[in-house]
Each structure stands twice: as structure tokens, then as C-alpha cells.
Design a binder for this molecule. Structure first.
Ligand code: AKG
Length: 284
């Protein structure tokens, strides 16, 4: 994984592509060693727990999905913290964004195309709207039309509704070499493709949401506190050990990150100095 700070111009280019097309692709964003380590870790989880294909057309009858990946090894902890992806997501969504979910999507041979959907279609807000969630699809193997590359409709994040269930429309395959990451607005109409090859298509879905949106996976209950206590601070905050804008998520007026033995970072909105700052800002 790249460790240097991503360049402002790179961040801005991805932010603009997301606004215009609803998606952006970062080629060469995952180091080859990390791909190997992540695939190895996914295979190990599968071996330990045994198979486990999806039980619905949506999850895929020939697809193995492993949820709650942060629980399955430290190698996965790097994924939500990817520097360029996180910088773009924080800029587009919210500097206090949360991790909504982290899962693998391994498409086996003969997996049929998924129904077209968007990822926030259950949320009762009008479309189009500013982005409230972004999905980063990590290509851990090459994504091709033949092996089930995600199918997308560029620009559909600006449509005024989600796709009607079961509708078939022209889409384009998001083909990309292994090691690429496609970051897309949850409102983009998309679906997993059909895998007509004899090989598996390996991917991770790292899904971020604004700090005020409910997470898809319950990270606070799904990950043991002892495990969370070993994570880097930003990841802990992303799980929900944080107080959004000093107001949402507190416990008895305390920052929940204190439960992990850390110093509180947020000043509560009710602190006198904070109230003063906010009223000064409002009167300017
Ligand atoms: O597997 C893919 O390419 C897309 C999967 C997807 O969109 C989903 O499961 O919500």
C-alpha cells in the first residue's frame, strides 16, 4: 500500500470524477504483496469455516461473501485506511465518516449477474442528492467482462430514482487490472456481472458512510472490544468509537473511544467554549 501522503491534485481529480460520473478508478492502488496477503487470508477464512455460498440471487448462489472482515485478521485493518481512498472519501462524504461495512465478494465460475441496484436505495431520502455513502471495490484479481466485473451505468448517480427491481438495462463492465480500486457513489446503478470463466473473481467491498448515517454492519457489537483496542485510532473512530460533531454517539457525555483506553478527542457540543465557537460562527 502507498504510504506517502496522496497528492492534492490526485485527490481532487477523483473527487471531480465521482461528482461527474459517479465513480472513479485508482489503478495500481494495491501493492502486489498486499493482494497476495489479502487473498491468502480470505482463502484461510474459507478453509476454516468451510464454503458458504450466498443463499439468494442478490448475494449470489456461486459467490462466497465474508462479512465483518476486520474480525478475521489484522491484514484487513489496512483496507479502510487506504490513504488515497480515505482522503477522497473524507473529502466527498465527511471528515468524520464511518466504516459502513467491510466484506469480500468472491465470484465463482457460473455466478449469474446480480440484479441492478444502488447501495442506499432503502434510505428514504430523495434522489439525486449529495453522496452519503461510497463503496470502494478492491480488485484482488483482474476484473474483466468475462469474469463478472461490476456492471455500472455511468452517470446514473444523478437519476431521480433507484433502478426498478429486476430491470435489465445496458451497462458497462468496470474492467480493471488486479490492484485497482473503483470508488463509487452509492447512488450509482450497478450490479455484479456474470462469471463465465473457470476462475474466481476476488474482490473486497469497503463501504464508507457519512458520520450521521447508520452503518450497514454493526461494528461496535460485531467486533470485540479487546480486538478494537488494538486497532489504529482512525479505524476505531470509523467503527463508531467517536462522537459525530461532538453530539451524536456520546456515552454520558463521554467519547466512547475512552472505553478503548484512549484520550477523548471530541469536545462535546455542550462545552461552554464549543457553544461559544458555534454561536460566533453563526453570527459571522
Ligand atoms: O460484486 C460486484 O461486483 C458488485 C456487488 C454489489 O454491488 C453488491 O453486492 O451490492
Amino acid at each position: 500500500m502507498t504510504t506517502s501522503t496522496p497528492q492534492e491534485a490526485t485527490i481532487q481529480r477523483h473527487v471531480e470524477a465521482l461528482a461527474e460520473h459517479g465513480y472513479t478508478v485508482m489503478a495500481g492502488a494495491i501493492e502486489p504483496d498486499l493482494i497476495t496477503a489479502l487473498r491468502g487470508a480470505l482463502d484461510a477464512v474459507e478453509r476454516e469455516r468451510g464454503g458458504g455460498y450466498g443463499q439468494s440471487r442478490f448475494e449470489g448462489y456461486q459467490t462466497v461473501r465474508i462479512y465483518n472482515l476486520l474480525n478475521h485478521g489484522e491484514v484487513f485493518w489496512q483496507v479502510p485506511l487506504h490513504d488515497t481512498v480515505l482522503a477522497v472519501a473524507e473529502r466527498v462524504l465527511d471528515p468524520e465518516l464511518l466504516l459502513s461495512s467491510l466484506s469480500s465478494i468472491t465470484l465463482g465460475p457460473d455466478q449469474q449477474a446480480q440484479p441492478l441496484h444502488e447501495d442506499t436505495q432503502q434510505i428514504p431520502l430523495q434522489r439525486p442528492r449529495p453522496p452519503i455513502a461510497l463503496n470502494a471495490m478492491w480488485a484482488l484479481s483482474e476484473f474483466t467482462e468475462a469474469n463478472g466485473a461490476t456492471r455500472i451505468i455511468p452517470g446514473s448517480h444523478r437519476y431521480d430514482s433507484p433502478p426498478p427491481f429486476g430491470v435489465e438495462l445496458p451497462t458497462v463492465p468496470a474492467e480493471m487490472p488486479a490492484g485497482s480500486i473503483m470508488l463509487f457513489d452509492s447512488q450509482l446503478w450497478h450490479a455484479g456481472g456474470t462469471n463465465r470463466t473457470s476462475a474466481r473473481r476476488y474482490a473486497l467491498s469497503c463501504y464508507y458512510c457519512a458520520g450521521w448515517v447508520r452503518q450497514q454492519e454493526n461494528q461496535l457489537l460485531g467486533i470485540a472490544q479487546e480486538t478494537a483496542a488494538r486497532m489504529p485510532r482512525r479505524l476505531q473512530e470509523m467503527l463508531g468509537y467517536s462522537v459525530w460533531r461532538g453530539q451524536y454517539g456520546h456515552i454520558d457525555n463521554h467519547d466512547p473511544i475512552e472505553l478503548l483506553g484512549r484520550e477523548r478527542s471530541s469536545r462535546m457540543i455542550w462545552d461552554d467554549a464549543r457553544v461559544q465557537e458555534l454561536s460566533d460562527a453563526a453570527s459571522r
